[in-house]
Ligand binder design. Structure first.
Ligand code: ZN
Length: 236
C-alpha cells in the first residue's frame, strides 16, 4: 500500500520496487540537498541509506534543510535525520555516520553502497567522492546549488566523464555563507533522488553523463553532453 502509487508507473512495477528495496544508497551531506534527496529516497523504499554529516543543526539551516524541525537546533544532523527518516519509513534501515568524509574513511562509510549521492557544499570533499567512485566504479549523482541556480549530473564510471574532467576546485572563492533559496535546493535534491532511483531500477539511462544546468529564474534546464577529458587527473 505504501508504494502503490509508484508501482503503477509504467516500467516501475513490483520488480522495480524490489530493486529499490535491495539497494543501498550513500548520502554525503544531509543539508539543503541531502534533506529532499534523503526524504524521497526513504519514502520511495530504498532499503538502506547510509547518511554522513558531521555538523550540528543551526537555526540558519532551516530555510532549506526541510528534514529538520526547530527543536532539532543544536542536535547532530545525522542523528536527527536518522530519527525523522525512520519515522517517515520504518521499513528501511538508516545508518548514521557522524564524521567528515575523507579519503581515509570513505571506504568504511560508503564502500558497500550501490550508488552515492553528493549533497555536499565544498569542492574538496566532492573530489574525494569522485576519485573513490572512479577507482571503485561506483555510480554517483552530483549536484550543486546557489541562489536560484543549480546543476545535477549522474556520473557512472568508467562509462561517463567524471567530475574532475571539468570541475575546477580552485574556481570557488570561500567568501562567507553561500546564498541559497530553499526551494532551489529542494528542486536539485529532488532531481538527485529522481536520477538515483531511476538508475537503481535500470530505467532509461539517457541522462548518464549529461550535465543539467538549472535556472529557476527562467525555469530553464539545459542539457550539456559532457565528454571525457583525456588529461583528467582522475579518470584520464
Ligand atoms: Zn575524469
Amino acid at each position: 500500500m505504501r508504494y502503490e502509487r509508484q508501482i503503477i508507473i509504467d516500467g516501475w512495477g513490483t520488480g522495480g520496487q524490489e530493486k529499490l528495496k535491495k539497494s543501498h544508497v550513500g548520502i554525503a551531506g544531509i543539508g539543503g540537498l541531502g534533506s529532499p534527496a534523503a526524504i524521497y529516497l526513504a519514502a520511495a523504499g530504498v532499503g538502506r541509506l547510509s547518511i554522513c554529516d558531521y555538523q550540528d543543526l543551526e537555526i540558519s539551516n532551516l530555510n532549506r534543510q526541510v528534514l529538520y524541525i526547530t527543536d532539532d537546533v543544536g542536535k547532530s544532523k545525522v542523528q536527527a535525520a536518522r530519527q525523522h527518516l525512520t519515522a517517515l519509513n520504518p521499513e528501511i534501515d538508516v545508518i548514521a555516520h557522524e564524521e567528515p568524509v575523507s579519503s581515509e574513511n570513505i571506504a568504511d562509510i560508503f564502500g558497500d553502497c550501490d550508488l552515492i549521492v553528493d549533497c555536499l557544499d565544498n569542492p574538496e570533499t566532492r573530489l574525494i567522492i569522485n576519485e573513490y567512485c572512479v577507482k571503485q566504479s561506483i555510480a554517483f549523482v552530483h549536484a550543486g546549488v546557489r541562489e536560484f541556480y543549480g546543476q545535477v549530473m549522474l556520473i557512472n564510471p568508467p562509462l561517463t566523464p567524471c567530475l574532475a574532467c571539468f570541475f575546477d576546485a580552485g574556481g570557488f572563492a570561500d567568501d562567507g555563507p553561500i546564498p541559497i533559496c530553499g526551494s532551489t535546493a529542494g528542486v536539485l535534491g529532488s532531481l538527485e533522488a529522481n536520477l538515483a532511483q531511476r538508475w537503481l531500477m535500470g530505467m532509461e539511462p539517457g541522462s548518464d553523463g549529461v550535465f543539467f544546468s538549472v535556472d529557476l529564474t527562467t525555469m530553464e534546464i539545459n542539457r550539456i553532453e559532457m565528454t571525457k577529458n583525456p588529461d583528467c587527473p582522475v579518470c584520464g
